[in-house]
Design a protein around this ligand. Sequence first.
Ligand code: NAP
Length: 488
Amino acid sequence: MSFDLVLFGGTGDLAWRKLMPALFQAFRHGSLPAGGRIIGVARDDLTDQAYRELIQARFEEVEGAKRPNAAEFEKFASLLHFVRLDLSKPEDYARLKERLDSRSADTVVMYLATSPALFTTACEQIGKSGLATPRTRIVLEKPLGHDLASNRQINETVRSVFEEQQIFRIDHYLGKPAVQNLFALRFGNALFEPIWKREYIANIQITIAEDLGVEKRGAFYENTGALRDMVQNHALQLLCAVGMEPPIDSSADAIRDEKLKVLRSLKPWTQESLERHTVRGQYIAGTAYGERVQGYREEPGVDPDSRTETFVALRTEIQNWRWSGVPFYIRTGKRLASRDARIEVNFRPTPHPIFPAPEGASNQLAISLQPKDGLELHLLAQGQDGRGKGARADGTALSPVQLDLDFDKRFGAERVGAYERLLLDVIAGRLNLFVRSDEQEAAWRWVEPILDFWQTGKPRSYAAGTWGPSASSAMIARDGYNWSEENG
Ligand code: NAP
């Protein structure tokens, strides 16, 4: 199957940092279909050869394991081409059409890896210039809009040119191996599904913590904030993966229908819950890995009086028979104590404990997405000699142990990264791991009351290198729980 993959924004940060390394990995693994072309598009006036040299130079900044050696790059480079095109100039699209018409690939993928401000114009012009055919698929990166109204507007424009089946809205968290394995664990094994409900699960915690600050993206982040950047998309998609009902089959719409039901079942916000169950924070100067780092307001491109949140913690519930009353906590932020993305499913304690055990000890399933991919099952077991905290002379005391499945170690080199997986899925036309417009709209609809509530007031400060404002711990403590790092 031949394909043409057109990378609008082919010289940008996303293209060289994520997409090219992912495409190269697919090429190296032999999973990229033969006979493909990767066509970079931007306003620079580059020849194919100059584009290849630019990408080769950029690979020097990519982590070693994902970097080609000279012989590998030479082979990969034969796939790379370049077309100069200003997305805001209708007359420029003919140049791309000419290049695509020079052969008739089975599939043409148009990846909009460029500013969202150009999405609408680009889609309209792709339509008008005859570039949208039944063979074409379009890939849209986040952020898709700033709120519900702008999201709808983008979706309407895209749908006026493409059928929903041709639209691939990327949420790269869905491509992460740990998320695939969450689906596999839940719907490919009989073990967990019977206990995956309110009777056995006390609470679920979703954490997406970054240790870095906003780096060079201050100006972008200033208009976005953590709620739009991480919660509306990634965190809610993770919540759907944990909370959804088993789909009727593994088809894209069967999966997306179930995720949509979760989003529609999220507890609506009230004035009281907005006050009690939302926390926003902004980092001030602090220490990260032993080094003094500046606060958010001192970062380049950031307003010195900024009220943009760099941290969010929320508590919600899924209002259905399975989950009624079970709190789902979400938190995400920049400049936190470590880089750590995980979902923790905390089970209820045994109903009638007969062995002494550490205070509050119970089972936990932790799905780790970052920095490593894996699953940990936390159990309680008897040590060989019964020593340790809470030990008794008869050796019956329990202590925590864990079964640790490290996907990096288990699957090693065969492991497929998130962007690699998603790019291969687009080329093959598999929509399972992409977000449908109604899911996106439901997520925006749920997030908007928080955005409105935060129109006034300001975020709480937290020192860089910590776990966010103390109000985040207080919010969860009111239910009698802790964030996992507070359990010692
Ligand atoms: P970037 O580094 O600023 O790159 C923008 C690209 O678009 C460049 O190749 C630029 O090349 C091209 N471009 C700009 N205006 C153009 C025009 N009028 N016509 C044709 N090409 C044009 O941006 P980025 O960081 O790669 O981000 C791209 C998109 O991905 C954004 O929507 C961003 O939010 C999203 N995203 C980025 C990341 C990331 O890690 N960077 C992660 C997730 C999502 P010329 O200026 O030469 O034309």
